[in-house]
Design a protein around this ligand. Sequence first.
Ligand SMILES: O=C[C@H](O)[C@H](O)COP(=O)(O)O
Ligand SMILES: C=C(OP(=O)(O)O)C(=O)O
Length: 356
Amino acid sequence: MRPVNARISAVEPLLTPAELRAEVPVTDLAARTLRKGREEVARVLDGTDDRLLVVTGPCSVHDPAAALTYAERLAHLAEEVSDTLLLVMRVYVEKPRTRLGWKGLVSDPHLDGSDDVNEGLRLSRELLTKVLELGLPTGCEFLDPTVARYLSDAVCWGAIGARTVQSQTHRQLTSGLAMPVGMKNTTTGAVGDAIDAIVCASHGHVFPGIDDDGLASVIQTSGNPDCHVVLRGGASGPNYGPLDVARALDALGGAGLPRRLVIDASHGNSGKDHERQPVVVADVARRIAAGERGIAGLMVESFLASGRQELVLGEPGRLVFGQSVTDACVGWDRTTRMVAQLADAVTAGRATTVAA
Ligand SMILES: O=C[C@H](O)[C@H](O)COP(=O)(O)O
Ligand SMILES: C=C(OP(=O)(O)O)C(=O)O
């Protein structure tokens, strides 16, 4: 197709959301997990379900087979701890980059710079539906509003990231998403912007977009009442401590919002050092066990193998199976220990509630 201006070098057709949905449908089995997952996440977030939400999984999916192996293990673990924890798998198929880098499975599924977006969308949707079919709720960051039209009906929990939480486009997108969405504090550490995003997304908006047939459309939304803050630390340091949490809860209360939030053990809270994630989790677990209120969930970046590896475009054969190619992750064994610690903390925290 002829480019429309000198700085656009090519314009290729993209399959439509309706075509992809027909090719990769959300099966009845997946739809059951989707409905249940969305409802349960919303109930945990508002406190009517006293379990803890734990969103765990790789920083990014680069190999659907490795992600599915992780999902199979996590589905077993989710069953074992279902009295105390609601486990959701991170299935992150779009990556926002600080400067440049591989932008995720949707953008470049062959890991070679060929940027086969049609295949990226197909593989991403297949993976999301397979994870749901295992009975495991799915979570992902919504980055490109167009991509959301192709995948959001297979997602139980969404995130708006630290780099886009101030963006009106992402707040409008969230206002039309049918699942609970976590708003990250900004990379500077500002929590107020996440609260602004929650308020903005709770209202209906009218904005340009595409419909299911890919036709340029005016989209009207009714607002998303199920958004919450995610404390992920930032340039100003970690913000998972009791004082930062209390300040954020007060700010939420001051804005007329529920005093509930989620803590991300990774990113600015771990200084991107995966070895520090268990330290964050242990601290939060101790506080939950002691009866601290307001922490509705935790996020962990975890994969089969610990650490990270450098991705060399065009050489995917050299990659270690199940190890992150973006942020370093905790490995599987460490993950199971952290999950057990959180399950025990919820049990102990319940006892303090009964005693009070
Ligand atoms: O969680 C993922 C990363 O922190 C985020 O995508 C930014 O990554 P980068 O700083 O490596 O670009
Ligand atoms: C990019 C992510 O997080 P943040 O927006 O907090 O940097 C992520 O969780 O993958």
